[in-house]
Write a new protein. Structure first.
Length: 94
């Protein structure tokens, strides 16, 4: 079962991912599976309007899993249920 969440990192980045919690050497880590960076992008026909774009986050991570220390997470929240057919998706194989 997936647990799709948006994570706001201390770096300011918003990442959407299937999220799980793991323990490593006695410390709890948050693991992001196939994370994608969420970006606001101006629309081509109207630069005053914005859409949403996605780009791979840590595209070279083994098995597309990225562990994050909880101290680097500002917030975690559920994404709004919207149609994602209009998103600009990454063109690299994921």
């Amino acid at each position: 079962m997936s647990n799709i969440q948006i994570i706001k990192l201390s770096s300011g980045e918003d990442v959407i991912s299937d999220v799980s919690e793991v323990e490593y050497n006695g410390s709890k880590l948050i693991t992001m599976n196939k994370p994608a960076l969420i970006m606001m992008m101006p629309k081509e026909n109207n630069p005053d309007e914005f859409g949403i774009g996605l780009a791979p986050y840590a595209p070279f991570a083994k098995d597309k899993q990225v562990p994050v220390m909880p101290s680097h997470i500002v917030s975690v929240y559920d994404p709004e249920a919207v149609s994602y057919t209009h998103l600009t998706l990454p063109t690299t194989p994921y």
